[in-house]
Design a binder for this molecule. Structure first.
Ligand SMILES: Cc1cc2nc3c(=O)[nH]c(=O)nc-3n(C[C@H](O)[C@H](O)[C@H](O)COP(=O)(O)OP(=O)(O)OC[C@H]3O[C@@H](n4cnc5c(N)ncnc54)[C@H](O)[C@@H]3O)c2cc1C
Ligand code: SF4
Length: 324
């Protein structure tokens, strides 16, 4: 499959990349390209301009800063799970990054690219030929949704693996745009709109992921349910973080809604409790209420809801088996 024609730009500084995005509003950033280039080949994304940020130096690092861990946007996924501190102290992130696609995706794919990947839907992630048998849907620029056609909303799902792991760690992201830089909680990056899943200002680039010191003081894990063990997006993914000392817990899911979602009901239920098998089993019954999956994949919403509870329990078991 061939790429469509596009203008190729290769900045060497972040400010240069920001001004390229500012002057080309329809341009797309290219990091590892493992998500964008596939979408371009399928003609679901056809940007006239592609801005390759891989030549920008100093966006590929993992640094310690007063207990916090700072990860540059272009850090490959493979380096993240191969870093001993992350494997030992932030196992949810190590597992999530090691579960992305295949080894090739983990070698080329970057952490920011993983967080900023496009939402997915069985009517969208298809070849142009496959899609030509139906009217074009909202996300691809048309006037219909083949999943829920009640309002002009796209119900595609966010399917990134690393986002739930970083959400339960209360990670923040640094963004740089024309007006300078700002830092937001990772959860604020996601718009909840399937058509435009990221809430970025014009020309903004995600430059760094910041994991607070507290994250390494608890136990964590990420579990993924997929068709095949390798080269598959999650059907459902669940992340868990907990401080057994403070009896405080955080839960997040992916592939079940337009954005990755926090399991606030489960968190409130577990707050202040010891993690016994019975209480975790009780909490897992709340999982199905934490998101609104729709029929945008070959798996039914009911099946996804059921798997959310099962995966939450296995994430807790996996996390608490490890030393904190
Ligand atoms: C066969 C296959 C299987 C896959 N399996 C999985 C999987 O199991 N789990 C999973 O999570 N993903 C999966 N992916 C998707 C993809 O490989 C990964 O998400 C990867 O981490 C994307 O990173 P990248 O650097 O290649 O992103 P790119 O493709 O370069 O970019 C992805 C998107 O993010 C934007 N972007 C990139 N960097 C920035 C930045 N710094 N600031 C703002 N926007 C940015 C780009 O414009 C683009 O829209 C799969 C892909 C394929 C083709
Ligand atoms: S949810 Fe609807 S609008 Fe969105 S990609 Fe799927 S078919 Fe298209």
């Amino acid at each position: 499959m061939r790429l469509p024609k596009f203008e190729y730009l290769q900045p060497t500084r972040i400010s240069e990349a920001v001004s390229m995005l500012q002057s080309n509003p329809a341009a797309k950033l290219l990091a590892g390209g493992t998500d964008l280039l596939v979408n371009m080949k399928h003609r679901v994304e056809v940007p006239p301009v592609v801005v390759n940020i891989k030549m920008i130096s100093d966006l590929d690092y993992i640094r310690h800063d007063n207990g916090a861990v700072r990860i540059g946007a272009l850090t490959p996924l493979k380096r993240i799970y191969q870093t001993p501190f992350i494997a030992e102290k932030l196992p949810a992130l190590a597992r999530a990054t090691s579960f992305v696609g295949s080894f090739h995706h983990q070698t080329m794919g970057t952490l920011a690219g993983n967080l900023c990947q496009q939402n997915r839907c069985k009517y969208y992630n298809q070849s142009q030929w496959w899609r030509s048998t139906r009217p074009t849907c909202f996300k691809a620029g048309g006037e219909i949704c083949h999943v829920v056609n009640k309002e002009e909303t796209c119900y595609s799902s966010y399917c990134g693996d690393s986002a739930p792991a970083l959400l339960v760690m209360k990670a923040r992201v640094a963004l740089q745009g024309a007006g300078g830089s700002r830092e937001i909680l990772l959860g604020e990056l996601f718009s909840g709109d399937g058509k435009t899943p990221l809430d970025l200002r014009k020309g903004e680039i995600l430059t760094e992921i910041i994991i607070p010191a507290e994250a390494a003081q608890g136990v964590s894990s990420y579990t993924k349910y997929a068709n095949r063990e390798s080269i598959d997006f999650p059907i459902v993914g669940a992340a868990f973080w907990g401080s057994t000392e403070k009896k405080a817990y955080r839960v997040a899911f992916t592939a079940v809604d337009k954005s990755p979602v926090r399991g606030h009901r489960i968190e409130a239920f577990l707050d202040g409790e010891d993690l016994s098998q019975a209480i975790v089993a009780e909490a897992s019954k709340l999982a199905s209420k934490e998101a609104t999956p729709v029929k945008n994949s070959i798996f039914s919403p009911g099946h996804k809801r059921k798997m959310m509870g099962i995966l939450f329990q296995s994430a807790v078991n996996e996390a608490t088996r490890r030393p904190g």
